[in-house]
Ligand binder design. Structure first.
Ligand code: XMP
Length: 513
């Protein structure tokens, strides 16, 4: 096992994910609880994450001293490097040489961390994000790599197996980062790497049973992969104690509701309550107006109302199950309560549990999307369902900037279906992380036949990503885009212009709202 001590970095879960990819089990604990976790877990290695604090402040988060005294390997990343250096007798200074984004480092020593990956004397790209830097070494340490702005970009005490790096090996922007982490868990900590998604499934089932006991669980299905996987996993753990509710809010894609109902009722024979709440959702959304957060909050609130009503019908539920993934947790501050800021209020982490005195069951909280797909296959979900692009809980409402009407949603649904059909025909569906149409609240002038038109603009979005946290726009060829535009304008009344979104994330987000 590897213990990951979290100092609040936005990307701590990526460290865990890389460790899982090496087939090694890891657990993340916040630094406040690290001492106790270290004692009970007895890890074979410890990784200290990055974080927003500065060790130059009077009070700053620290790693428990015990990890340095236990004779096991420790890897510090970014803030983890700084606190490690400071705690072991080195020096750190604040703020004059900030480095953000791509940087180059030069390798100074051949050490086990770099073995088979980086050669002494060569330069390699890494991703940096720091304000402070280490200025002098703790006793026993040597410099193993430097960058222009960080003379101590990587340091090590190879006798004690202590390593610390200023850059972030866990992000994809450090191309060799995963290999360095592999060296740490396999070569340095000596772990074998036989942990799999099957083990995750079994561990989760045990955890769910232990958490739920004899309680009743209610689970909302959004139509997406995550909630479906969560529901199937929980059903496997507790069977009849689970009630699945599918709220059809009228904001689904074309044919989506039928697919979900069929999957649960026919494929799995899991009982499903199908609530048709379109009228209620559209009625309330009309009142919410155009503000994206108002729309998201309205939808969240209505979900709660529907759920509350359904839970009452079954005599109350003790737990609410959700398919919350790690990226949802980190991007919605209401949930982490931590140092990261709110980008969007994700509907699935709303106020239901407090209002109804329910506890949350979230078996996928530590996973990323592609890992959930692996788990879905492990649980026997049909490939066509597992491979579906992600779809947000608030549905088409956040793909329709401005006020929501049924008419707009119908236009969007049709255009979206044509776009996706063309993507499938071109054999690109599985290469793309997520593709969808956005109906803009903008009308422009066109000419069709011999007549003037004055209709809506439709934007097409397609991105590649591995976890939804960062994304690049997909480079379609122009002939493809032209074909889609022609079909949409010909077949969808109300659209006379199509544009393609070429924004990556960051600075854009994947959805438009
Ligand atoms: P953004 O737009 O934040 O989206 O870059 C990242 C990923 O999350 C999905 N998303 C949501 N999923 N509830 C969800 O279940 C939500 O409220 C929500 N908002 C965004 C989005 O589709 C993308 O895959």
């Amino acid at each position: 096992k590897i213990l990951i001590i979290d100092f609040g970095s936005q990307v701590t879960q990526l460290i865990a994910r890389r460790v899982r990819e090496e087939g090694v089990y890891s657990e993340i604990v916040p630094f406040q609880k690290a001492e106790e976790a270290f004692r009970t877990m007895r890890p074979k290695g410890v990784i200290l994450s990055g974080g927003p604090a500065s060790v130059t402040e009077q009070v700053s988060p620290r790693a428990p001293q015990a990890i340095f005294d236990a004779g096991i390997p420790v890897l510090g990343i970014c803030y983890g490097e700084q606190t490690m250096a400071a705690q072991l007798g080195g020096g750190v200074e604040g703020g004059h040489h900030r480095e953000f984004g791509r940087a180059e480092i030069e390798v100074k020593e051949s050490v086990p961390l770099f073995e088979g990956v980086w050669e002494k004397g060569k330069r390699y790209p890494v991703w940096m994000s720091h304000g402070d830097r280490v200025t002098h070494l703790p006793p026993g340490f040597e410099v193993i790599a430097v960058s222009d702005n960080a003379p101590f970009a990587a340091i090590a005490d190879t006798k004690r197996d202590f390593y610390a790096v200023q850059f972030h090996p866990e992000v994809v922007h450090t191309p060799d980062g995963a290999k360095l982490l592999r060296n740490f868990v396999r070569k340095i900590a000596g772990l074998t790497g036989d942990w799999t998604m099957r083990a995750f499934r079994e561990e989760s089932i045990e955890k769910i049973r232990a958490q739920v006991g004899k309680g009743r669980v209610i689970c909302g299905l959004s139509g997406g992969v995550d909630s479906a996987v969560a529901a199937v996993l929980i059903h496997e753990a507790i069977g009849e104690q689970l009630t699945c509710v599918f709220v059809d809010h009228g904001l689904m894609r074309l044919g989506e509701a039928t697919q979900v109902v069929t999957l649960f009722r026919d494929h799995y024979n899991i009982p499903l309550v199908h609530v048709n709440a379109e009228e209620m959702f559209l009625g309330e959304l009309a009142k919410a107006g155009a503000d994206p957060e108002a729309k998201r909050k309205t939808i969240g609130r209505l979900f709660i109302d529907v759920f509350e009503a359904e839970a009452k019908k079954i005599g109350g539920a003790d737990f609410l199950a959700q398919g919350t993934l790690y990226p949802d947790v980190i991007e919605s501050v209401s949930f982490t309560g931590g140092p990261s800021v709110t980008i969007k209020s994700h509907h699935n982490v709303g106020g239901l549990p407090e209002r109804m005195n329910m506890k949350l069951v979230e078996p996928l909280r530590e996973l990323f999307k592609d890992e959930v797909r692996v788990l879905g296959r492990e649980l026997g979900l049909p490939e066509a369902f597992v491979g579906r692009h992600p779809f947000p809980g608030p549905g088409l409402a956040i793909r329709c900037p401005g006020e929501i009407t049924k008419e707009k949603l119908d236009i969007l649904r049709l255009a979206d279906a044509i776009y996706i059909e063309e993507i499938r025909k071109a054999g690109l569906y599985d290469t793309i992380w997520q593709a969808f149409a956005v109906l803009l609240p903008v009308r422009t002038v066109g000419v069709m036949g011999d007549a003037r038109t004055y209709e809506s603009v439709l934007a097409l979005r397609a991105v590649t990503s591995t976890d939804g946290m960062t994304a690049d726009f997909f480079p379609f060829d122009m002939a493809f885009l032209g074909r889609v535009a022609t079909r949409i304008i010909n077949e969808v009344r109300g659209v006379n212009r199509v544009v393609y979104d070429v924004t990556s994330k960051p600075p854009g987000t994947i959805e438009w709202e």
